[in-house]
Every structure is written in structure tokens, then in C-alpha cells.
Design a protein around this ligand. Sequence first.
Ligand SMILES: C[S@@+](CC[C@H](N)C(=O)[O-])C[C@H]1O[C@@H](n2cnc3c(N)ncnc32)[C@H](O)[C@@H]1O
Length: 251
Amino acid sequence: MSNNALYTDLSGYYDLMCADINYQAQSNSAHRFHQLFGNGGKRHLDLACGTGPHIAFLQKEGYVCSGVDINQPMLELAKLRCPDGQFTLGNMCELEVSEPFNLITCFLYSIHYSGDLIQLKNCIASVYKALSDGGVFCFNAVDKQHIDNRLTATHSVAYQQSVFTFGSSWHYSGEGEKQTLKLSIEKTDESSTQRWTDEHPMVAIRFDELQDLLAPYFDVTMFEHEHDKIAPWQGQSGNAIFVCVKKAGLN
Ligand SMILES: C[S@@+](CC[C@H](N)C(=O)[O-])C[C@H]1O[C@@H](n2cnc3c(N)ncnc32)[C@H](O)[C@@H]1O
């Protein structure tokens, strides 16, 4: 199944699946990082924007928001949620923009959808080009060395006479540049339970490798993966927020 098909099937359930994610806190943290590190401009682009939850919150902070996603059904939902947003169907690894942005975000580990290291490098280089001077690229990532294949995050939501249970987990073989995101949906009603599962290949990387890829383009600061406070990364956790300020003079 292609990346596109995964989210086409999922798009109708996507917001239910993400019902326990605190998008407001994530968006607030991006806004605070931009206030602290950025150039004050309000042009914002969300990569792999999905159904547009971050855009909805950042618009409330006064940003003029755009979103890019590779999946049209997800973009249709984003347009319904954010009628004032500008949404483009496209690949974040081949980003081309007509006017630079001040803040570019990419959340829910979506940068790993780059797929492999070459595409990840392309993504980083194209984000650099798409930012204005002193602009900020803010995203979260997972270190492949810290992936515990035994862990699954699950939550359940009641919706239209059914109970939906959503599961997600990382799987990394321990070698190479590929990891898998495993997703499952279970829908239970009075008479039956249906189960839907999928696996999605993503790029696997260590944080020191990721820092090396970013370093030519950005001054990088890493923070603990806690969206309600600003805490510098202590070097232990396998999840982190990367705040990357565009270096001058490479274009
Ligand atoms: C886990 S969802 C995250 C959506 C949103 N950022 C959020 O936090 O809810 C991943 C999204 O990445 C999109 N995607 C996957 N590969 C992509 C690519 N190469 N370029 C742009 N979008 C991509 C998918 O279509 C999907 O909407």
C-alpha cells in the first residue's frame, strides 16, 4: 500500500484516531519557539499537515497558514477545518514555494515519512530554501536506537454506536535506515468487531545523525518532548522537539 492509500483509507477516522493528542499544546509550543528563536514574521507552513489541526490553532495566534500534504482526502478535511488556510497537494521532500515562510512545522513525527535518508536530506534542504532569513523549522522526531518494539499506544473512543480502539507502535529491526509505523483500528458494535491494520515504512535515524544532516543549514536546539514547557533535551529521551533556525548566507 502506498503512503497515499494509507491515509485515504484512514482520513475519515483520522481525527477520531488523534482525539487524545493535545494539538493546542503542540501548536502553542511551536508559537513560543518561534517567539523565542524566530524572526517575528507570521507566514507559517505546516508540512504533512493532515487534516490541519496545527493550522487551526496557529491561525488563532495570528499566523497566515499554509499546509502541504501528499494525500488529497486529508487536505479536503483540512480545508473544511480551516477555510482560510492555503492547502497544496505535494511531497514535503520536493517543496517549492513562491514566497518564503517564517515558521515551518512538521509534527506527529511526520518528518519520518520522508521514507529514506536521501529524501530526508531533500526535505531538509527544501525547508531551508522555503524559509525566510532567521526563519524557524520546528518538528518532532524519534531516535531509532530508542525504539522499543514492545510498546503500543492505544486509546478508545465511542462514536456513532460503535467503540473504536486505535493502536500505534514503532518497529525497528535494529539495523538500517527503515522503521515501521504500525497502525490498528478496531471497531466494535453490538453485533461484531472489525479490525483493520496497516504498516507504513518510514526513515529511521539516530539523533546525532539527524543533527549532522541539519547542521549545514540550521542552528539546532533540541528540547524535551514536552509541549507544555520548554525544557532543553537532556540527551536521554528517544523523542525530542527540534528547533532549527535558518543560517544566513547559504542560498
Ligand atoms: C501522522 S499524519 C500527521 C498529520 C498532522 N501533521 C497531525 O499532526 O495530525 C501524517 C501525514 O503525513 C502525510 N504525508 C506522508 N508522506 C508525506 C510526504 N512525503 N509529503 C507530504 N505529506 C506526507 C500523510 O498524508 C498524513 O496526512
